[in-house]
Ligand binder design. Structure first.
Ligand code: PEP
Length: 245
C-alpha cells in the first residue's frame, strides 16, 4: 500500500512572511496523505521548526557532502536544517543548470547518504510528445536518474511534462495514465517489490479544480505542485482531494 503524497515546490518564491502559509495549512498530522513543502533553502530551518505533520524538503542538493562549491548546498546541510526530502532533476534545474541524468543520479546517492528521500523528476518536452517520443524519453530519464539502491522508502518519482509546468496545460488523464503505467512497469521490472512501493507523483498545473480527476488516475500516488502550493487556500483543497481519493 503506497501512502499518497501531496508535495509543494515553492521554487524561488517566499520571504519570511510566506511562513504564515504553513500556519494556515495547519497541523497535518491526521492527514491520510503525507504532506511535503519544499520552500527556498533560506526558509527550510524556520519552516521545519514551525510545522506539525508537514515534511519539509529542499529543491536541490550537490552531489558532494562538503567542499569547494560556492553557492551550493549539501544534502547533509538540508538534513541538518530539518529537511527530510529533496527534489532532484526538476526540469528547471535540467534546463537552467544543465543537469543531466547522471548528475541527478549522483545527487540522489548523496541525498540517501544524508538520510533524505529523493524526489526525482522526469518529463518530456512538447517536441518530444509531438514526435511520439514521450515514453522513450521519460523511460531513459528514469533509468539514468534513479540509481541502483532506490527503494520505496528512499525514492519518490515525479512525472512532470515540461510543457505542463506553470502553463495551465494539463495532459489528459489517459496521457497521464499511459506514462504512469509505463513508469510503474519499468520500476517493478528493475526494483521488484520496491519499485511497486515507490510513489509516482504527477506534476504540472495541478490545482483544486483538476485534482480529483488526476488523483483518480491509474498509478498516480499524489502530486508535485508548484504555483498552487504557494497559498494554503490553494494547496489545502489539493490535500483534501488527495485524502478523499
Ligand atoms: C513544478 O514546478 O514542479 C510544477 C508542477 O509547477 P506547476 O504546478 O506550477 O505547474
Amino acid at each position: 500500500m503506497r501512502r499518497k503524497l501531496a508535495a509543494g515546490n515553492w521554487k524561488m518564491n517566499g520571504l519570511s512572511a510566506a511562513l504564515a502559509e504553513l500556519d494556515a495549512l495547519g497541523d497535518q498530522s491526521a492527514s491520510a496523505a503525507e504532506v511535503l513543502i519544499c520552500p527556498p533553502a533560506t526558509l527550510i530551518a524556520a519552516a521545519a521548526s514551525r510545522v506539525s505533520g508537514i515534511a519539509i524538503g529542499g529543491q536541490d542538493c550537490h552531489a558532494a557532502q562538503s567542499g569547494a562549491h560556492t553557492g551550493d548546498i549539501a544534502a547533509s546541510m538540508l538534513a541538518d536544517a530539518g529537511a527530510s526530502h529533496v527534489i532532484l532533476g526538476h526540469s528547471e534545474r535540467r534546463a537552467d543548470h544543465g543537469e543531466d541524468d547522471y548528475t541527478v543520479a549522483t545527487k540522489a546517492i548523496a541525498a540517501w547518504e544524508a538520510g533524505l528521500v529523493a524526489v526525482i523528476c522526469v518529463g518530456e518536452t512538447l517536441d518530444d510528445r509531438e514526435a511520439g517520443r514521450t515514453l522513450d524519453v521519460v523511460g531513459t530519464q528514469l533509468s539514468g536518474s534513479v540509481p541502483d539502491g532506490a527503494s520505496a522508502a528512499n525514492t519518490v518519482i515525479a512525472y512532470e511534462p515540461v510543457w505542463a509546468i506553470g502553463t495551465g496545460k494539463v495532459p489528459t488523464t489517459e496521457q497521464i495514465a499511459e506514462v504512469h503505467d509505463d513508469l510503474r512497469a519499468r520500476l517493478v521490472g528493475r526494483f521488484g517489490a520496491e519499485g511497486d512501493g515507490m510513489r509516482l507523483l504527477y506534476g504540472g498545473s495541478v490545482k483544486a479544480s483538476n485534482a480529483d480527476e488526476i488523483f483518480a488516475t491509474s498509478n498516480v500516488d499524489g502530486a508535485l505542485v508548484g504555483g498552487a502550493s504557494l497559498k494554503a487556500a490553494d494547496f489545502g483543497p489539493i490535500i483534501d482531494a488527495l485524502n478523499a481519493s
